[in-house]
Design a protein around this ligand. Structure first.
Ligand code: PMT
Length: 234
């Protein structure tokens, strides 16, 4: 039986974003959304309400406690999350958000001319980082680190720069891990530098591991803050 229903929903981002170049073309990446959707399913199975902000993916998920908000660009994903972040106790940023977008979106399809084609890109909003700036004490945010090299130190950098409570490291160097696969191989690193490396598993199982870790972290955090609060009110 699922646990007593948590009053506060869980916010999850999933999938890629698409950054328009002109009405016909866009920049994107290989994310299928499978990891984020598996995390959403794990929380739903544990009795949580879930708000899933999803980039364009070919997946579908229905559940009475699930709200899916479909978005296209990083800006849309960020704006959709802003309405919910203040309400949640747990946020999991599993989306592969484009770090850059075209400086200008052409209104017409750009005509082919010559062999070269250059595009000026500008930095996109960093969603996890923005919410890291406003995160409250009792909130828990879990981010991912998608790496190709120097995995641990890049993951640790993201843990601290984005003010995450836990970072889920997954590397394209690991066979069967990251984009598009039904499996993933993760290492969870929290702020006490405790790293837990898991074997390659189905994303369904990985989703459960991530949900379990986030829930236990949140309940410890909540108890900590409660004791701290009680101490102060004695
Ligand atoms: O979708 P699948 O095909 O199942 O693949 C799963 C996955 C590989 C996409 C997933 O496991 C994963 O690694 N997601 C994070 C991908 C990513 O953007 O990692 P990053 O190291 O570039 O970003 C670090 C963190 O910041 C992530 O939590 C990301 O959601 C967040 N971010 C990044 C950039 C940005 N502009 N805004 C963000 O919120």
């Amino acid at each position: 039986m699922p646990k007593e229903k948590d009053k506060r929903p869980v916010l999850i981002t999933a999938g890629p974003t698409r950054e328009a170049i002109d009405p016909v073309r866009y920049l994107t990446n290989h994310s299928s959304g499978k990891m984020g959707y598996a995390i959403a399913e794990a929380f739903l199975d544990k009795g949580f309400e879930v708000v899933l902000v999803s980039g364009p993916v070919g997946l579908s998920l229905t559940h009475k406690d699930l709200t899916i908000i479909d978005v296209i660009s990083a800006d849309e994903m960020y704006n959709a999350c802003r309405a919910y972040f203040p309400l949640v106790q747990i946020a999991v940023f599993a989306a592969a958000v484009a770090d850059y977008k075209p400086a200008e979106v052409r209104r017409q399809k750009m005509k082919k001319s010559g062999n070269e084609f250059s595009l000026q890109l500008v930095k996109n909003v960093d969603i996890a980082l923005e919410f890291g700036k406003v995160k409250q004490k009792e909130q828990v945010s879990v981010g991912f680190a998608l790496e190709t090299n120097d995995e641990e130190q890049n993951a640790l950098k993201k843990l601290f720069t984005k003010n995450l409570d836990m970072v889920i490291l997954n590397s394209v160097q690991d066979k069967g891990a990251t984009f598009g696969y039904d499996t993933n191989k993760i290492t969870m690193i929290n702020r006490d530098f405790v790293g837990r490396t898991f074997p390659l598993k189905s994303k369904k199982e990985v989703g459960k591991d991530i949900a379990d870790a986030a829930i236990s972290y949140a309940s410890k955090q909540y108890a900590l803050n409660k004791n701290h609060h009680d101490l102060h009110t004695i």
